[in-house]
Design a protein around this ligand. Structure first.
Ligand SMILES: Cc1ncc(COP(=O)(O)O)c(C=O)c1O
Length: 427
């Protein structure tokens, strides 16, 4: 990465890391689908089990010792995960995943539009004439909730287009973001191209327009050293299962003054101070956004995942990913009949790359690779508009992580090189 001077992980260190991952030991599969979900180290599995074995109780309710211990573990997990992204515990709301976190924002904004949240909620109100801006390369999770919000409020959805390589057209962004823009939602790293967005440029445009920014950090927080407050965004979301944690846990990060001003999305137990038959008063953030029985064991296990990542060192993981990404991109660029999607080799990207194989459908590519013991993702990767913009319906994506070896990448490249001749489409 530019500006990253930490040494990459050595081959010996990556081999040592792999021993912590039960699913990666003793199986010949080359796992190159970490962009969809990561594998889990034993320490994370143990943390979840240990919680259920010794500390399980509902949090923020009971006065008994177990309930206090469980509550402490839950809130300690929040402190650890918030700190991992440069935030404070009051700034981190637990959700099921990133998708739920974006929906939480979109529904809170429409509740504000309906008049909930009083004067403080004005900031989030949208109506006809207002514009919500996203980009053409978003995961559907960062597109459809905004489409729905536009439909509910009468606001207009606009988007920053991609160029014909699949890179965001930042020149066009200056025309799309303007005085009507109220929200700018964009991803930090594309889950299809692996390219890293110029966050400062988009935050600058949004701020000049007085708009709120929402960063989809699903593919950056697991792979790069990310300081959300320093990036200048207002909100960000990420998923635990993509960063060595369990499924069922994700997070919304937001500036405290914004979270405290925003009306809640889900309502019910655990998020109130006083309830009468007519009205309810809500707790401050983050609790006001965590209605119902919380995801305690998952939060505790995600904190353990964060400790694991911090022990290895995020700067070193980022350097390793950079090396993997460049090896993938330059190896793919050399293969005949293979079109690399997104920025060319040499451009900053995480350890992820997607390709179109001329003459072979991505599902067939995936099947041949699977038989060869290489697990990749095929399809539209929940990014149909991006694929459509590039004239594609599907692509083949390889995505690595801290446990991915250079041999894994080379095996993928070697197997992919044979796919076109296997289907007799090689020239
Ligand atoms: C960039 C991006 N955004 C959002 C998501 C949605 O994540 P989840 O399904 O965990 O909510 C993903 C998952 O693939 C992603 O890659």
């Amino acid at each position: 990465m530019e500006g990253n001077h930490e040494p990459s992980l050595t081959d010996a260190e990556v081999r040592r890391i792999r021993e912590d991952f039960p699913l990666l030991t003793g199986t010949p599969t080359v796992y190159l689908d970490s962009g969809a979900t990561s594998q889990k180290p034993l320490a994370v599995l143990d943390a979840e089990r240990e919680f259920y074995l010794h500390r399980n109780a509902a949090v923020h309710r009971g006065a008994h010792t177990l309930a206090v211990e469980a509550t402490d573990a839950y809130e300690e997990a929040r402190r650890v995960v918030a700190g991992f992204v440069g935030g404070a515990e009051t700034e981190l709301v637990w959700t099921s995943n990133a998708t739920e976190a974006i929906n939480l924002l979109a529904y809170s904004f429409s509740n504000a539009t309906a008049g909930r949240g009083g004067e403080a909620g004005r900031r989030f109100r949208l109506g006809p004439g207002d514009e919500i801006v996203t980009t053409e390369l978003e995961h559907h999770a960062n597109l459809i909730p905004w489409q729905e919000l536009a439909a509910r409020t009468g606001a207009v959805l606009r988007w920053i287009p991609v160029d014909d390589t699949g890179a965001l057209d930042l020149g066009a962004a200056a025309e799309v973001v303007g005085e009507r823009t109220r929200v700018v939602a964009f991803s930090h790293v594309s889950n299809v191209t692996g390219a890293i967005t110029d966050v400062a440029a988009l935050v600058g445009l949004a701020r000049a327009a007085g708009a709120l920014t929402v960063l989809d950090a699903c593919q950056s927080v697991p792979h790069l050293s990310v300081d959300l407050p320093a990036l200048g965004v207002d909100f960000a979301v990420f998923s635990g299962h993509k960063m060595l944690g369990p499924t069922g846990i994700g997070a919304l990060w937001g500036r405290t003054e914004l979270l405290d001003a925003m009306p809640p999305f889900l309502t019910g137990g655990s998020m109130i101070t006083k309830v009468t038959m007519e009205t309810a008063h809500y707790l401050p953030a983050p609790t006001r956004f965590e209605a119902g029985t919380q995801r305690v064991a998952q939060a505790v296990a995600l904190a353990e995942a964060v400790r694991y990542l911090e022990d290895v060192g995020m700067e070193r993981i980022a350097a390793h990913e950079h090396a993997l990404g460049q090896r993938l991109a330059s190896g793919l660029a050399e293969l005949e009949g293979i079109r690399l999607i997104g920025p060319p080799p040499g451009t900053a990207r995480v350890g992820l790359a997607a390709v179109d194989v001329d003459g072979v459908h991505a599902h067939d590519v995936g099947q041949v690779l699977d038989v060869a013991g290489v697990a990749v993702r095929v399809g539209h990767h929940c990014a149909q508009p991006l694929h459509r913009a590039l004239g594609l319906t599907a692509s083949t994506r390889a995505s690595g992580y801290l446990y991915t070896t250079t041999e894994d990448v080379d095996r993928f490249l070697a197997e992919l090189a044979g796919v076109r001749s296997y289907f007799r489409v090689a020239g």
